[in-house]
Design a protein around this ligand. Structure first.
Ligand code: UD1
Length: 354
């Protein structure tokens, strides 16, 4: 029977795949999941599969870490070997978001003339210094079915001449939030996650190389954190652990290991403010009706900026501090669909490919 092959490799992709795989399965569409191994620590990978009940991957390509070319090239080689050795070629190959795993999967499939399905298509930061921007642009241009979170993404794709196979379905991360929040609350309390923290706290995640690998940017961010008169809880990405723990950390900063999806939901639900350079967390903060400060100069999730729910500050101490005390200017309104994106995606895949 013909099947969809799904490529995942990095933490946010596991969350997205959890809901889409379930919807595909419910609709009777066969799927095989390949894990590239881009994220491999227990806290960055297995914990998500266990917690979210994602079907076990048929294969782990075990790419591990490396420079962009090495990492992407290795994944492409292994993935191509896997597909060519499969008895039946996949009906289509599905990728999520904008990581090197996304790029590797889409390029291999496109070269083998296998239709590419891109979930979270059409996002643009218009900053080509971000590796993710290159990954998104290339992936969209070789994709056959492009699932967008909002109309804004359709406009971006149209501007680049991509008009075929484009659908607005909403955002699968919203599906995930609605699907799993209750279970997260049943499983963990705030005290389980941050036992020593009492009262109001800010939730922070900073992991982008532009912030963490440039000493002056990291210094500016830490200075701002030190001047915020609240506890700041920061689950640290492993790539940054060595750098951050070697620095002079302000006393109000509580560093933790990376947390699972459920634990992140609990932290989000209980924090008073989010400070991040993550893409996904900007949306999750919005859906949880939390104010967000994005420590970047641009965002792909432009809709979250309207009404002051999300503020761009870059790695600028005074801009971060000014944003901390700013309230949203307008009432919250729903963004990125109604939490049924995975079902929409499945319906369109069935109509178009099976
Ligand atoms: C990747 C994505 C980024 C996404 C992030 C989500 C690309 C180009 N970037 O960034 O868009 O926001 O995932 O988390 O694909 N490391 C570990 N253990 C792990 C994984 C990584 O220690 O399980 C460390 C290694 O030192 C590694 C570094 O993190 O070199 C970077 O990992 P990599 O997968 O290349 O990129 P991320 O920064 O995780």
């Amino acid at each position: 029977m013909s099947k969809i092959v799904t490529i995942v490799g990095a933490r946010p992709q596991f969350v997205k795949a959890a809901v889409v795989s379930k919807a595909l399965n419910n609709a009777g569409i066969a799927e095989t999941i390949i894990h590239t191994g881009q994220h491999y620590d227990y806290n960055m990978s297995s914990i998500f599969w266990d917690e979210l009940g994602i079907p076990a991957p048929e294969k782990n390509l075990e790419v591990g870490s490396g420079n962009h070319g090495t990492q992407t090239g290795f994944m492409m080689q292994k993935l191509e070997e896997y597909i060519l050795s499969s008895k039946t070629p996949p009906r289509a190959l599905m990728v999520y978001g904008d990581t090197n795993s996304t790029l590797a999967g889409s390029l291999v499939a496109a070269k083998l003339n296998i239709p590419v399905i891109h979930v979270e298509a059409g996002l643009r930061s218009h900053n080509r210094e971000m590796p993710e921007e290159i990954n998104r642009v290339v992936t969209d241009h070789v994709s056959n079915l492009l699932f967008c979170s909002s109309e804004e993404s359709i406009k971006e794709l149209n501007r680049e001449g991509i008009t075929e196979g484009v659908h607005v379905v909403g955002d699968v991360m919203h599906d995930a939030l609605l699907t799993f929040s209750e279970k997260a609350e049943e499983m963990f309390t705030l005290r389980d996650i941050i036992p020593g923290v009492h009262g109001e706290f800010v939730l922070a995640t900073i992991h982008r190389p532009s912030n963490t690998d440039q000493a002056e940017n990291l210094k500016a961010i830490l200075q701002a954190f030190g001047e915020i008169e609240k506890t700041i809880v920061w689950p640290v990405h492993p790539r940054n652990k060595a750098t951050i723990t070697n620095l002079d950390i302000p006393d109000n900063l509580v560093l933790t290991d990376p947390v699972s999806y459920f634990k992140m939901m609990i932290l989000l639900g209980n924090c008073s403010l989010v400070i991040t350079d993550s893409g996904g967390l900007q949306k999750e903060a919005y859906w949880m009706k939390k104010r967000c400060i994005t420590v970047r100069n641009e965002t792909e999730w432009v809709e979250t900026l309207s009404g002051g729910w999300n503020t761009l500050t870059g790695a600028d101490t005074s801009k971060i501090l000014a944003a901390v005390v700013k309230d949203p200017e307008t009432n919250w309104k729903p963004l990125y669909g109604d939490g049924k994106a995975a079902n929409q995606i499945t319906k369109i895949i069935k109509e178009e490919l099976f």
